[in-house]
Design a protein around this ligand. Structure first.
Ligand code: IPM
Ligand code: MN
Length: 349
């Protein structure tokens, strides 16, 4: 029995997480879910997003399943730095793995492009870079106020993330795109480029590495998505590019992610890429597919490849068939109807 800590969190997180659990249970995998009521409402009651000993508590679980973190009543930098970001950093979840794949039956914004063209895997550095949290503000509120936010890049963190990406490239088309901005940046992305190139030459000579600047990459994802397979990029760049990826898939509601500690010293965290979506929260119309797909990534990480693949195949069948789609995809189904349809397909196999 694997123990899963569930943090549904805020907004539509509370609506999509039950659908993910429903589908995970439909696989028959031996999972024991325990819910933690943390998030912005918890903050309003206690002044904290999660208890002081939350990380010790979570450490005892095999994985963490998260819905969304953030709500208009709490400043975003407070909610994120009180829950999601400390978990990613303290648990050394140094890879944020994000599949970007068009699903059958869903027309993305690119004409004549479908699952055969858009099938990428993003490996996002998830512990440092532009999200290092290093910096400060002085002269607060005065005209001379100054804020510094320092991106931090270490050889150690770049290399472990790149290694993970090279391994994924070996399982796929042996092509890796490394995204930086080492023309305008003089230090950090130059180091990144050197580390990736060095690792490639020394240990992965069978993988073709392409170095692409982030601005050019944004365009290429739209104009030549079929030329992209595995991508490795910094925290900020991959954050932005994976939202573009979600748009290429047809909806942010479809995008899944895994925050991985590949060494398994700490639990990994699985969450849809979309946030709490206050504009549609509480209405039962959020798309649960991103959360359900993240559940498949959770099973894969726990070694249950067959059941992970069953969930992914069930999602594909439901989107291909087209009867149970949420509103933003042009359908009329509610959150729970989509979850039910996918759970039915999982059981059918
Ligand atoms: C994501 C989100 C987070 C991130 C925010 C909410 C801090 O945008 O998971 O992509 O940028 O990591
Ligand atoms: Mn993001």
């Amino acid at each position: 029995m694997k123990r899963i800590a569930v943090i549904a969190g805020d907004g539509v997180g509370k609506e999509v997480v039950p659908e993910g659990i429903k589908v995970l249970q439909a696989t028959g995998s031996q999972l024991d879910f325990e819910a933690f009521p943390w998030g912005s409402e918890f903050y309003e009651r206690t002044g904290r997003m999660m208890p002081e000993d939350a990380l010790d508590t979570l450490q005892r679980y095999d994985a963490i399943y998260l819905g969304a973190c953030g709500w208009p009543t709490v400043p975003d930098h407070v909610s994120l730095w009180g829950l999601l970001l400390p978990i990613r950093k303290s648990f050394e979840q140094y890879v944020n793995l994000r599949p970007v794949r068009c699903l059958p039956g869903i027309a993305g914004p690119l004409s004549n492009r479908g699952p055969q063209d858009v099938d990428m895997v993003f490996v996002r550095e998830n512990t440092e870079g532009e999200y290092s949290g290093t910096g400060g503000r002085v002269h607060v509120g005065h005209p001379q106020e100054l804020a510094v936010e320092v991106p931090v890049f270490t050889r150690h963190a770049i290399e472990r993330c790149a290694r993970f990406a090279f391994e994924r490239a070996r399982e796929r088309r042996r092509r890796l795109v490394s995204v930086t901005k080492s023309n305008a940046s003089r230090y950090a992305y130059v180091l990144w480029d050197e580390v990736v190139a060095g690792l490639g030459q020394a240990e992965y000579p069978d993988v073709a590495v392409e170095r692409v600047h982030v601005d050019a990459m944004a365009a290429r994802m739209v104009t030549r998505p079929e030329s992209i397979d595995v991508v490795v990029a910094s925290n900020l760049f991959a954050d932005i590019l994976t939202d573009l990826g979600a748009a290429l898939q047809g909806s942010l509601g479809l995008a899944a992610s895994a925050n991985l500690n590949p060494e398994r010293r700490h639990p990994s965290l699985f969450e849809p890429v979309h946030g709490s979506a206050p504009d549609i929260a509480g209405q039962g119309k959020a798309n649960p597919i991103g959360a359900i797909w993240s559940g498949a990534l959770l099973l894969r990480h726990l070694g249950e490849e067959a059941n992970a693949a069953r969930i992914e195949a069930a999602i594909d069948r439901v989107t291909a068939e087209g009867e149970f789609l949420t509103g933003e995809l042009g359908g009329r189904a509610g959150t729970a109807e989509v979850g039910d349809a996918i759970a039915r397909e999982v059981r059918r196999e």
